[in-house]
Design a protein around this ligand. Structure first.
Ligand SMILES: Nc1ncnc2c1ncn2[C@@H]1O[C@H](COP(=O)(O)OP(=O)(O)OP(=O)(O)O)[C@@H](O)[C@H]1O
Ligand SMILES: [Mg+2]
Length: 263
């Protein structure tokens, strides 16, 4: 393990058993995420991306190999990470502000404190005016932003994000990219960001791990040597962005084609 590795997957495999047989979600995964690094993970549907995040969050253990966090095996649950899951997990009976404040409530902060912090994050996410709304009264993109505000309000050391902006339209996505990069630059958090979208991964990440179709194995880990700060609205027109995109796509294309044939 390198000295600055915060999260490390070592020879990790995860299998699931059911009546219809055994599914190997991923295998032979060796990946080190450095402290402060923005790591993107891309790969076809079903290759074990969410499973990898679940293991870093301590929600499930590997079937083989080990996952380390800060040099120790990941505890269950890992309270140093904030996890923006792929599925919407807002509590429908709570207002927007009370959903965002939930982690602070678990920490025992006063209601006034919780609401102050919640409102700051809702402001950053462009959601002022909706504090008292319920999740069912929001659009899909707004719900996603509330979930992101909730994850960030908790101020975790590490943020795990599972396709956080998939439901947003292209323009709002770029606005969120800018916001996320600003936050990340200011706070020096470690991020693992799962996406299907190579352009999104290239815009945001320091490195990108490309996975094969199930069982997910790492095909390549590429360094994104695009300078920062990045202009999220224009970076895709940079010729070097195009070159990186082509190279990564060549790995992903092979995975996607084999995925189509398997499923
Ligand atoms: N709790 C579980 N029980 C049984 N099988 C599971 C479970 N979680 C995941 N799997 C299986 O493991 C494989 C990988 O699932 P995972 O959700 O990690 O994929 P993914 O790469 O996140 O896919 P997507 O891009 O569609 O979200 C799938 O075949 C899935 O059916
Ligand atoms: Mg997933």
């Amino acid at each position: 393990m390198t000295d600055d590795a915060l999260i490390e997957y070592r020879n990790v495999a995860r299998r699931f058993h059911s009546r219809s047989g055994t599914v190997v979600a991923c295998e032979d995964v060796n990946l080190s995420v450095r402290r402060g690094e923005f790591m993107a993970v891309v790969g076809p549907s079903g290759c074990g991306k969410s499973t990898l995040l679940n293991m870093a969050a301590g929600l499930m253990a590997p079937s083989a190999g080990q996952v380390f966090y800060g040099g120790r095996q990941v505890p269950a649950p890992n309270t140093d990470v904030g996890y923006l899951t792929q599925r919407d997990t807002l509590l429908p009976w709570r207002t927007v502000e009370d959903n965002v404040a939930i982690a602070l409530e678990l920490r025992g902060q006063s209601r006034a404190d919780r609401l102050r912090v919640a409102h700051e994050w809702l402001d950053r996410m462009g959601l002022i005016g909706f504090e008292k709304s319920y999740p069912a009264q929001l659009s899909g993109g707004m719900r996603r932003r509330v979930a992101l505000a909730r994850t960030l309000a908790y101020e975790p050391e590490t943020i795990l994000m599972d396709e956080p902006f998939g439901a947003l339209d292209a323009q709002l996505r770029m606005v969120m990219h800018e916001e996320l990069l600003k936050l990340w630059t200011g706070m020096q958090k470690t991020v693992i960001f799962v996406t299907h979208d190579l352009a999104e991964a290239l815009t945001l990440a320091d490195r990108i791990a490309v996975f094969s179709a199930r069982p997910g194995r790492i095909r390549s880990v590429e360094t994104v040597d695009l300078p920062r700060p990045r202009d999220v609205f224009r970076i895709r027109f940079d010729p070097h962005f195009g070159k990186l995109h082509d190279r990564l796509w060549s790995y992903l294309e092979a995975s996607v084609r084999s995925d189509v044939m398997v499923n």
